[in-house]
Design a protein around this ligand. Structure first.
Ligand code: A2P
Ligand code: MG
Ligand code: MG
Ligand code: MG
Length: 345
């Protein structure tokens, strides 16, 4: 029988939830009011804190696993002020989440916190159990008070089998954008995808999510990056035109885009390369890709190749992302390839 990874999925949910408590606190205590300054530290603090909160939980449950995490603790080891700030936040979030989350491993000292952050140093690869972690995905969104996500996935022998994503600023009900915020998405291969409020009690199963069935592509809508440097808005507009799409794109930062289309809030996510040299990172796509697939979608790169998570910390053999409901993915991909063939990238 195929493994169902139910325990890993549960731990991933709890880990991401603990880190989301921390990033939320970081925003409210440090970021607000500093956004206009050229000060990167608030987001850096959130990144470090969230990485230790997640890795601590993952390795408490699965001590033999490896982790590919975006950050390392070099700065914290050198800079005592930043270290103290991060440690205060981590201590607080670990205590606060213990009541909500049950026992997912404490973090006792600042040293232990830094060691946990540095356990994210796996080189990835095709063998064994490797977690991919983006402690704050969408740093620009985080600083704006917009969308960002804590993203965690488990890969086994190079294949993504579990994904969890905390989106603290995403409305629970897309039809009620001013209502409760904070969504936890999770998925496991073959088991579908769910969402639940981030602050749900432990026994809440969550609501299954599914992509919209698109019968007429001209009625579809795109979810795209806010940042023009991350995905070409001009080419996206040309592709929309070729497909007869007239609805405005929904723009948001981070992998919340994958979560949004997975729950039918938007239909298509394109990431169109803006430079030849940028290599997408595995932690920027692993959880989101499985969420979309388990909600009825297909995810490829911009020439139709599957995303290859087995070759290290990056997706260096892939260019861009095309995510859409499975029955229309090919049609969207054809329009993408036609448009990109016009460019000299
Ligand atoms: N030139 C680039 N092209 C594509 N993605 C990028 C580029 N530079 C940074 N990113 C990554 O895009 C992700 C968020 O993009 P978006 O919110 O637009 O989808 C982040 O993970 C960010 O990395 P980083 O986390 O290092 O900032
Ligand atoms: Mg990222
Ligand atoms: Mg990040
Ligand atoms: Mg970053």
């Amino acid at each position: 029988m195929a493994a169902n990874y139910a325990v890993e999925r549960k731990i991933a949910e709890l880990a991401v939830r603990r880190a989301s408590i921390l990033t939320n606190k970081t925003f409210h205590s440090l970021v607000k009011g500093t956004v206009s300054k050229e000060d990167k530290s608030p987001v850096t603090i959130g990144d470090f804190g969230a990485q230790s909160a997640v890795i601590g939980a993952v390795l408490h449950a699965f001590p033999g696993d490896a982790v590919v995490g975006e950050e390392d603790a070099d700065v914290l080891r050198q800079d005592e002020n930043t270290r103290t700030l991060v440690w205060d936040l981590v201590k607080g979030a670990v205590e606060e989440s213990a009541a909500l989350n049950g026992e997912i491993g404490t973090i006792q000292t600042a040293e232990e916190m830094m060691d946990l952050i540095d356990r994210g140093n796996s080189e990835g690869g095709p063998k064994g159990r490797i977690w991919a972690l983006d402690p704050i995905d969408g740093t620009k969104g985080f600083l704006r008070g917009g969308q960002y996500a804590v993203c965690l996935a488990l890969m086994v022998d190079g294949e993504v089998v579990v994904g969890a994503m905390g989106c603290p600023n995403l409305p629970v009900d897309p039809a009620n954008p001013d209502g409760e915020r904070g969504v936890l998405f999770s998925t496991a291969k073959g088991a579908g995808a769910i969402q639940k409020p981030l602050n749900s009690s432990l026994d809440v199963e969550g609501t299954p999510i599914a992509m919209n069935k698109v019968t007429d592509l001209s009625q579809a809508s795109f979810c795209e990056s806010v940042e023009a440097g991350h995905s070409s808005h001009g080419q996206q507009a040309a592709i929309a035109k070729a497909l007869g799409i007239t609805k405005d794109s929904v723009r948001m930062d981070s992998q919340a885009k994958y979560g949004s289309i997975a729950r039918g809030d938007g239909d298509i996510y394109l990431r169109l390369p803006t430079s030849k040299s940028y290599q997408e990172k595995i932690w920027d796509h692993a959880a989101g890709k499985l969420l979309v697939e388990e909600a009825g979608g297909v995810v490829t790169d911009s020439v139709g190749k599957t995303l290859d998570f087995s070759i290290g910390r990056t997706l260096r053999d892939n260019k861009g992302v095309v995510a859409a409901e499975k029955d229309v993915h090919q049609q969207v991909l054809d329009a993408v390839m036609a448009e990109l063939s016009k460019a000299s990238l």
